[in-house]
Design a protein around this ligand. Structure first.
Ligand SMILES: [Zn+2]
Length: 449
């Protein structure tokens, strides 16, 4: 609540690795970008982004940038509306000043509490791990006819792990699924899907995959089973989507099987599953109180949904700004001659980023693009977001478990791995290219003109 202190902390935060000492990254950022540009030109590409994106779904920086810019104005308009709500709240605190970047998160949380008052503890009893797992299985059965049978006679690396045989509706073997849900000493944090044996064809026969999902969900206690937050529920569905991509794979070569697809396509099978998790009709199938069996009340679902679009103007704007900064660094046709600070400022001025918002990552701490594998690829998170909401819209319109589209999604996306061009696969599934409209609606960004 101390505004002066907020300013101090925010300043330290946004100046990370930018303080003129031996940990300063400004020169490195420019050097890395320029070397990447040089390498791309040596290889015959105009820019590093052209080089990196050649094999992506977007294919070139222009297409990726167009998507970012299609979302930019709606996101910015919503962020401006959110800023005026913050200003109102500040007035109540007697602050007549303009909104500053260091006010944003503080007042956002105040507004969130006032408007939604969503209590995690109130929700958790409806999301036991057991019921959620049944929910995931039900969704897969309704969509693809898949059956899951627990196996107790196979080797496991830890007693907490459960193993399942996955079969088609007619009993044919699909693959084996390991699930490892809870944290323990020596286990890495986070959630992921991995593959012990990747699907392939050998002598004309399908070698079935053995895949695993690993999570770190809240453990059961003496008095209660493992109860998940809705975030954890979404994570479960998400990782399960990756697992399906591995399990249903039906290609010849291992190197092109399952999740071996471009980065801006790989999150489609996973993220689309999150949509089913959050759909009220589906939630009522699995979200049942672990003690009483009571189905989650409508009022609670409604509250969750309303809270879902809150703050999306800000979240989308700061994300897009970082993606556009990434593209700016990697679409230079010649060496950058300015310093990182000036370069960043010019890139952000071009898109009229308001002074109240900074990119989610500034140049000196943009780990994804300078130290991770996401150079010219930070856009892929929202690209996948557009894909999964657009694909799910097909089910919303034609029925949540429409069997024709489920078959089509399975045949054109889940079975194909990286054997065909992702945009062609997507068009074969949907009959059209993806549109940004469903994402704008989902994030509530279509409400301000
Ligand atoms: Zn994922």
């Amino acid at each position: 609540s101390n505004r002066k202190l907020r300013q101090e902390i925010w300043n330290a935060y946004q100046m990370r690795a930018n303080n003129g000492n031996d940990k300063d990254n400004k020169e490195l950022a420019i050097k890395i970008s320029n070397l990447r540009g040089e390498k791309a030109r040596l290889l015959g590409y105009e820019t590093h982004a052209d080089y990196v994106l050649e094999k992506s779904m977007a294919k070139n920086p222009e297409t990726a940038t167009k998507l970012l810019m299609d979302l930019w104005t709606p996101a910015l308009n919503m962020a401006n509306k959110e800023a005026s709500d913050i200003k109102e709240m500040m007035l109540k605190d007697g602050i007549k000043d303009e909104v500053q970047p260091y006010d944003w998160r503080y007042y956002t949380e105040k507004i969130r509490k006032e408007r939604f008052n969503l209590d995690e503890q109130e929700m958790k009893p409806y999301f036991s791990l057991e019921k959620t797992r049944e929910g995931v299985f039900t969704v897969c059965e309704k969509l693809y006819g898949l059956q899951f049978k627990q196996l107790n006679n196979v080797p496991k690396y830890h007693e907490d792990v459960t193993v399942w045989e996955v079969t088609e509706a007619n009993g044919n073997h699909v693959g084996i699924l390991y699930m490892d849900f809870h944290p323990r000493t020596s286990k890495r944090g986070g959630a992921w899907m991995t593959s012990y044996r990747t699907q392939k064809m050998e002598n004309g026969k399908r070698v079935a995959p053995v895949v695993s999902i690993v999570c770190n969900f809240t453990k059961p206690t003496e008095n209660a089973p493992a109860l998940l937050t809705f975030d954890e529920v979404s994570t479960f569905f998400h990782e399960f989507g990756h697992a399906l991509h591995g399990l249903l794979s039906n290609v010849t070569y291992e190197s092109l099987a399952g999740t071996s697809v471009p980065r801006d396509f790989v999150e489609l099978p996973s993220q689309i599953m999150e949509n089913w998790a959050a759909e009220p009709e589906v939630m009522k199938m699995y979200a049942k109180h672990y003690k009483t069996g009571e189905i989650i009340p409508d009022a609670l679902i409604e509250k969750m949904q309303k809270a879902g679009t809150f703050d999306q103007g800000f979240v989308t704007t700061e994300y897009l700004a970082a993606s556009i900064l990434d593209m700016a660094y990697h679409t230079q046709k010649a060496d950058i001659t300015s310093d990182a600070e000036t370069f960043e400022k010019e890139a952000m001025n071009k898109i009229n980023l308001p002074s109240t918002i900074i990119p989610r990552y500034r140049s000196t701490y943009f780990n994804h693009i300078f130290a991770g594998g996401y150079s010219a690829g930070y856009y892929s998170y929202i690209w996948s977001g557009v894909l999964d909401t657009d694909a799910f819209e097909v089910f919303k319109i034609n029925g949540l478990f429409n069997s024709d589209y489920a078959k089509s999604f399975r045949k054109n996306v889940l079975e194909k791995g990286g054997t065909e061009d992702p945009m062609e696969l997507y068009k074969s599934f949907k009959g059209a290219e993806p549109s940004v409209e469903p994402l704008l609606r989902k994030r509530g960004l279509n409400q301000v003109k």
